[in-house]
Design a protein around this ligand. Structure first.
Ligand code: NDP
Length: 315
């Protein structure tokens, strides 16, 4: 049978390119988990994904009720779950004021980390039931949360501190909206959320890999300077960022190429190692990359896991 892969945020950018790359192989059925049904339908059509190769299901990661409803709907479809890709994200680098999820968490960490944390925790059971030979749970990471790289050292740097803001619920009422307790900074909140994504992947690996055989992985697909991720940035940035990445840092990858990379992490028989953060070299070959100290801190990963469990109502 075909493999079934759920991809969050498959209505644009990396998620859409990955959906396309997998659907084209004829070996995958893609469940596009998206907040905007019409946008997803148009995106699938313009990418040329054949009807029989995808299903769109509503998911708004900025609402924990929506996450739970998505899981119920997915289960009702009776499709087995073979691979889950947590890809969706928001990035609010120019926001002066924080925005919030339905439950009142700061929007970047609430969507990118907490929404995905609940989704992945609930769907672990479904992955576990599948009889697919190589089951995988992939959480898209980023170099920007990784302070052992040049890009990760552009201020404001990711830093989760002692998690006081996260423990308080990131609500701006009785706690800070930032994980480390600092003042709101949209660019930093995004980077912090990506550190949480990478820590969560490793904690999943430590807790569940041996018992379930599921491969847990993260990746940095390269700088895809053209995606919607930068939609909130100032116009001058959006004009200059793609050529800057192409010619100066040479970190640029096209959406197509990035989609092929993530599709490899979903389906390549050679990429089954669990607990790995994949990157690609200049020749487009995958390798196991090193994470920064904070993004590989096992004690912090455990704490982020435990605090997140409380916030999403699992503990
Ligand atoms: P895009 O903005 O193009 O795609 C993000 C997707 O997430 C969109 O489909 C968007 O939906 C969806 N999304 C946002 N909020 C929600 C929500 N509340 N519920 C459900 N879906 C939501 O960005 P990219 O493709 O660039 O980003 C994809 C991933 O790649 C992210 O995890 C990002 O961190 C990562 N990444 C990107 C890099 C880059 O250079 N672009 C580099 C490294 C990592 P909608 O279409 O409705 O807006």
């Amino acid at each position: 049978r075909k493999g079934n892969v759920v991809i969050t945020g498959a209505s644009s950018g990396l998620g859409l390119a990955t959906a396309k790359a997998l659907a084209e192989t004829g070996k995958w059925h893609v469940i596009m988990a998206c907040r905007d049904f019409l946008k997803a339908a148009r995106a699938a059509k313009s990418a040329g994904i054949a009807k029989e190769n995808f299903t769109i299901m509503h998911l708004d990661l900025a609402s924990l009720d929506s996450v739970r409803q998505f899981v119920d709907n997915f289960r009702r479809s009776d499709m087995p779950l073979d691979v889950l890709v947590c890809n969706a994200a928001v990035y609010l680098p120019t926001a002066k004021e924080p925005r919030f999820t339905a439950e009142g968490f700061e929007l970047s960490v609430g969507t990118n980390h907490l929404g995905h944390f609940l989704l992945a925790r609930l769907l672990l059971e479904d992955l576990n039931k599948s009889d697919y030979p190589s089951k995988r749970l992939i959480i898209v990471g980023s170099i920007t949360g990784n302070t052992n790289t040049l890009a990760g050292n552009v201020p404001p740097k990711a830093n989760l501190g002692d998690l006081r803001g996260l423990s308080g619920g990131l609500n701006g009422l009785n706690s800070s909206v930032m994980i480390d307790g600092g003042d709101f900074d949209g660019a930093k909140a995004y980077k912090d959320s990506k550190v949480c994504n990478m820590l969560t992947m490793q904690e999943f690996h430590r807790r569940y890999h041996e018992e379930t055989g599921i491969t847990f992985a993260s990746l940095y697909p390269g700088c895809i300077a053209t995606t919607g991720l930068f939609r909130e940035h100032i116009p001058l940035f959006r004009t200059l960022f793609p050529p800057f990445q192409k010619y100066i840092t040479k970190g640029y990858v096209s959406e197509d190429e990035a989609g092929k990379r993530l599709a490899q992490v979903v389906s390549e028989p050679s990429l089954t190692k669990s607990g790995v953060y994949w990157s690609w070299n200049k020749a487009s070959a995958s390798f196991e990359n090193q994470l920064s100290q904070e993004a590989s801190d096992a004690e912090k990963a455990r704490k982020v896991w435990e605090v997140s469990e409380k916030l999403v109502g699992l503990a």
